[in-house]
Design a protein around this ligand. Structure first.
Ligand code: SF4
Length: 711
């Protein structure tokens, strides 16, 4: 049977494969299709960061006299060429002894990016391996800057001609650029593509286009295939297509791509493949847009089918050692995005809240919520571990539901899966101290969630569904459990005034000071046409400019009726945040970051502290699990040692009590709150001492430690 080639085009993060194509591959393979995945992103990255490519670029740039403005780069030519292959191996997890050479500062040539090294105070806290990774990342950034200046102005690590993808309302803007000559980087990419297409001779090629930064190269590849292999059908889908191209009316676009599929691609692609092979009529197509007889045809748009079976990625073909970890930040949470190999999985489809007024709540990936069963998630985790040999997971949900996370954590502990994971959440009150500790025990190391404009009035206007109190407590609970917390912040929300912006930074200062969050990032509000704000501009006191175009429609131009110049806040907010993330200037008045005539924040200086020190914040949770103890009988008795939150206890146990302990464990595997008193009574009689009321997490800890420390 003919092959299907799935392609992830450059450029995205280099530390693991983008999951879209492994998901499609998993589904198509199960349905009997012969699907192969080419991760052109990482393959191109490895080729352009190689001694062979660098040598060619140096020679080329020298012959064209392009290197004259970069004398230092040229002088270091030999060192760059001699070091690049071993550095890439090092960043891919091999060749770790090289760290010692890299930190010597004599091994790598140091370009302009290294100038920031000495400014970083946190840098001194890095160990040798991290320092080496940091230097190696700066070195790659120097090379990338040189590529951008010398051979390809559109090139950037993890993105390519991104601004073009964001701003192109008319396809002609992109087509203009596609008619230009191939750059050296594009040539390198197309060489890899050519080899794969020649080898596979696919009947259909499918591209994922998740972001504006990989649109252009997806089209470059599609154009190349159309010109050289016109018999191949080309399909494209992914996040960019879903959010930007829903109203496409450019016929010219379909000279490059035959079919666009929207929302979850698995099912629409399956029907499209049958249609292409003549096994199904056109009226079976859905969520598909294509050109027929010169007219754009739109098949019916329906909700994505969401089942455990459909969402099962196949990572069996992935060579994890190809992937390149990088980091250039001391912030342990921020670095997770680019550093380390993470198996990507989703726990639920869509967002269980789906109510925030700025979010794409009208699109399937947000509004179509279904959670997967814990059993299927555990199965997928086990499968991913066996396929990649990696136990790190990034659960890529928009907002992982607390109830599902609780069940999953218990299942991970019961199954004895050793893993490390992180995800997005909504900072809501169900993330109690106990649940946060339970999640940490199951391997959770970090969470990220929306704090947005950090102001009560705006949170209500957003319809965030959580208050500042909820956010503070939830973040504090995670942080107290040893989980890193990252906040997504927003400024410039419609109707937000200057005072509220100053207040927002004050709230952020207090969140850092009270150890609620470890890192955060300010985003400027942008209006998407898939949001509730777009549907009700009156309510948000904005007027929206009319959209004109035939291609990308997502971010809309608008004007605030209340005149506030939000652009003047970006500098102060950024500087203040950077300082707090570094633990600096935490006690200075927040107004210092803003212009002198800015309003005072007026926020109580102990507001966040008051939220996290209330009785409600101390509330316990309702679940714990136990396991059968390993008991070694000794004649006449023995001892049981256990720890509860760091305190060591030793209990003498008479021989008769052993049976009590065993019965106790056999009787209960999983407890709900209703049986807590009974548990305490049983436990007291089993271990021969009074076990006082304790929080369920303590009880969980007690039993967990107890079960492995019986002597
Ligand atoms: S912003 Fe987050 S929590 Fe709000 S609707 Fe979107 S995904 Fe859900």
């Amino acid at each position: 049977m003919s092959k299907i080639l799935l392609i992830t085009p450059p450029f995205l993060q280099f530390n693991n494969p983008y999951p879209a194509m492994p998901y499609i591959k998993g589904y198509l393979t199960k349905r009997g299709y012969d699907a192969d995945h080419l991760d052109l992103n990482i393959d191109t990255a490895r080729n352009i960061y190689s001694s062979k490519f660098l040598e060619r670029i140096f020679d080329l740039a020298h012959s064209r006299k392009l290197l004259e403005p970069f004398p230092r780069f040229y002088i270091e030519k030999k060192r760059y060429i001699h070091t690049i292959d071993s550095v890439i191996n090092f960043l891919s997890g091999r060749n770790q002894s090289l760290a010692h050479r890299i930190v010597s500062r004599d091994f790598l040539p140091e370009g302009p990016r290294f100038s920031k090294v000495n400014e970083s105070e946190e840098f001194s806290l890095f160990d040798t391996a991290d320092r080496a990774k940091y230097f190696a990342t700066l070195y790659l950034e120097d090379i990338s800057d040189a590529y951008r200046s010398l051979i390809d102005p559109g090139f950037g690590i993890v993105r390519y001609r991104e601004s073009l993808g964001i701003s192109a309302s008319f396809f002609s803007e992109i087509e203009d650029k596609l008619s230009g000559k191939y750059t050296e980087i594009e040539n390198e990419m197309l060489d890899i593509l050519k080899i794969k297409v020649e080898e596979l001779k696919p009947e259909v090629v499918i591209f994922t286009v998740p972001f504006p930064g990989n649109l252009f190269l997806a089209l470059r590849c599609a154009d190349y295939i159309k010109k050289n292999y016109p018999e191949i059908n080309i399909i494209a889908g992914g996040g960019y297509v879903n959010t930007e191209l829903r109203e496409i009316s450019s016929r010219e676009f379909f000279n490059y791509v035959d079919y666009l599929v929207f929302d979850d691609g698995e099912k629409p692609i399956e029907h499209l493949l049958k249609y292409i092979r003549g096994n199904e009529p056109e009226d079976k197509l859905f969520n598909t847009v294509f050109l027929k007889d010169g007219e754009i045809c739109r098949s019916p748009f329906i909700e994505s089918a969401v089942t455990d079976e459909i969402y099962a990625p196949d990572y069996s073909h992935i060579d994890t050692l190809k992937y390149i970890s990088m980091f250039d930040t001391a912030n342990p949470m921020v670095r997770l995005w680019n550093d380390g190999y993470w198996n990507k999985l989703t726990l639920a489809h869509g967002c269980y809240w789906a109510g925030c007024s700025f979010c794409d709540t009208k699109i399937d990936y947000i509004c179509n919520y279904r959670s997967f069963s814990v059993e299927s998630i555990i199965e997928k985790m086990k499968r991913a571990i066996s396929e990649t040999g990696e136990t790190g997971f990034h659960f890529t949900d928009e907002a992982a539901p607390p109830a599902l996370l609780k069940k999953l954590a218990i299942a991970i502990l019961q199954e004895g899966i050793t893993c490390t994971w992180w995800t997005n959440v909504r900072f809501e009150e169900s993330f109690t101290p106990d649940l946060a500790k339970l999640l940490a025990m199951s391997g959770c190391i970090a969470v990220a969630g929306g704090i947005e404009a950090a102001a009560p009035r705006i949170l209500k206007l957003i319809n965030k569904g959580v208050s500042l109190e909820n956010i503070s407590r939830s973040c504090h609970n995670f942080s107290s459990a040893g989980i890193l917390v990252h906040g997504y912040l927003m400024y410039g929300y419609p109707t937000q005034n200057e005072k509220e912006t100053v207040q927002a930074l004050e709230i952020v200062r207090q969140l850092f000071k009270n150890r609620c969050i470890d890192s955060a990032y300010w985003h400027r509000f942008s209006l998407t046409c898939h949001s509730a704000v777009y549907d009700d501009p009156e309510k948000y006191e904005i007027t929206i400019d009319e959209w004109k175009g035939d291609f990308a429609k997502n971010d809309m131009q608008y004007r605030n009726k209340i005149k506030t110049d939000h652009s003047k806040f970006s500098g102060p907010l950024k500087r203040g945040l950077e300082s707090y993330m570094a633990g600096l200037e935490m006690d200075l008045p927040v107004e210092k970051w803003f212009q002198r005539n800015s309003p005072k924040s007026g926020v109580d200086s102990d507001l966040i502290e008051s939220f996290i020190n209330t009785e409600a914040a101390e509330r316990g949770n309702s679940i714990f699990i136990s396991a059968l103890p390993q008991i070694f009988k000794e004649k006449g008795g023995g001892y049981i040692s256990f720890r509860v939150f760091g305190n060591e206890y030793t209990i003498e146990v008479k021989e008769s009590d052993y049976n009590g302990v065993i019965n106790f464990y056999k009787k209960y595997g999983l407890y709900e709150k209703s049986s807590k008193e009974r548990i305490l009574a049983d436990l007291s009689s089993a271990v021969g001492m009074t076990v006082k009321e304790m929080k369920v997490t303590e009880l969980y800890m007690f039993l967990r430690e107890f079960s492995i420390m019986v002597i």
